[in-house]
Design a protein around this ligand. Sequence first.
Ligand code: KET
Length: 460
Amino acid sequence: MASSLLSLASATPSAPLSFHGIREGKSNLGGINKEKTSTFIKAKSFGRICMVVASNVSRFEGITMAPPDPILGVSEAFKADNHELKLNLGVGAYRTEELQPYVLNVVKKADKLLLEKGENREYLPIEGLAAFNKVTAQLLFGADKPVIKQQRVATVQGLSGTGSLRLAAALIERYFPGAKVLISSPTWGNHKNIFNDAGVPWSEYRYYDPKTVGLDFEGMIADIKAAPEGSFILLHGCAHNPTGIDPTPEQWEIIADVIQEKNHVPFFDIAYQGFASGSLDADAASVRMFVARGMEVIAAQSYSKNLGLYAERIGAINVVCSSPEAAARVKSQLKRIARPMYSNPPVHGARIVANIVGDSALFNEWNTEMEMMAGRIKNVRHKLFDSLSSKDKSGKDWSFVLKQIGMFSFTGLNKAQCDNMTNKWHVYMTKDGRISLAGLSLAKCEYLADAIIDSYHNVS
Ligand code: KET
């Protein structure tokens, strides 16, 4: 336990205890020098009274070491490895064929324009940059859609996808106390942390079927049906992380039917718009279908992947309401939640997005670059499948690699097999068996196939 001591030590202005003496434990202050750890004491003189406050440094001794983050911790481990063949397939971050980080040309152009304009660095309003909020909602829901024209969306700029999800979680905690969020099993590792930290109860619905290496659609529907009425159903808008398995358009319709029947609220996490298919519109189809049904929807967006703005922390939370008045009220409450959390969001990424989407030449260029990035990942997917199929003589069906979409492939490797991938082959990946194909080059596919085949067949 930390100790503190207030001593009215002297009636004279000059402090009787030298700071040095106290640190050495030479003072006679009620046994604090008996503490095992050294004791740090601050002496302050307030006129004639000398006040001595002692605080024990062991105050933080009881704090245990947190485990490394299951995703971002992989990059730290990768950096510490000096092996020449090492490969980082942990975090979902796009790399070039040379495995270098990629800044989109269109982002460089927007950056240059912003520099030329020399805009100020004043605080943004709590809800973020108005021009950004306008275009981000249009990109997601469709600029010509009634929901936009009727101003039924409350949009607030967030600290990328994560921060936007966190705002929505806080809104749920505050306005729907006790309501549950249902998340897919498995899901992106941070979802559980976000709801835990916001104090929102959650449970899982079935999603991945290891037997078929596909969607457990019946299980998913049964679990959504069984959830208490009015639950929030967290859905990945496209390119499900970590499985890379999305429902078909017909399955999405059935999911929407069940959610509607049960008065649940669909809560989309859409962090890969444009990255799954290369088309912003196609990847937003699931969200738009729910909105077209007249449903109230929550949707958290991220520009980390599709614009490569990872470190700019730019995204948004959108709440589709049934009236513009409700949207205005929801927005006011989101601002109220944001203000004590981080006050207002950063401006740079918001300006980049607003400038790119607001300029048709830049917007077209972005789409071309996004297609290129999505295309590179698809090429790598095919090469990996070909390498696995030609090298592995066991007859195992590796076609799931081709069926999955987005940045990731869910290999089905268990934890021991993942450990083998890292310890023996220097392939860094998350322990759930996910590999980021965005971090893989065509040149490394054969090596990766060797590592996967060895881990799959020789480690149980
Ligand atoms: N949702 C999903 C599904 C997601 O995969 C990520 C990031 C995010 C939200 C948040 O991204 P942000 O940068 O806050 O906009 N996923 C990758 C990075 C991470 O874990 O933070 C990943 O899965 O590797």
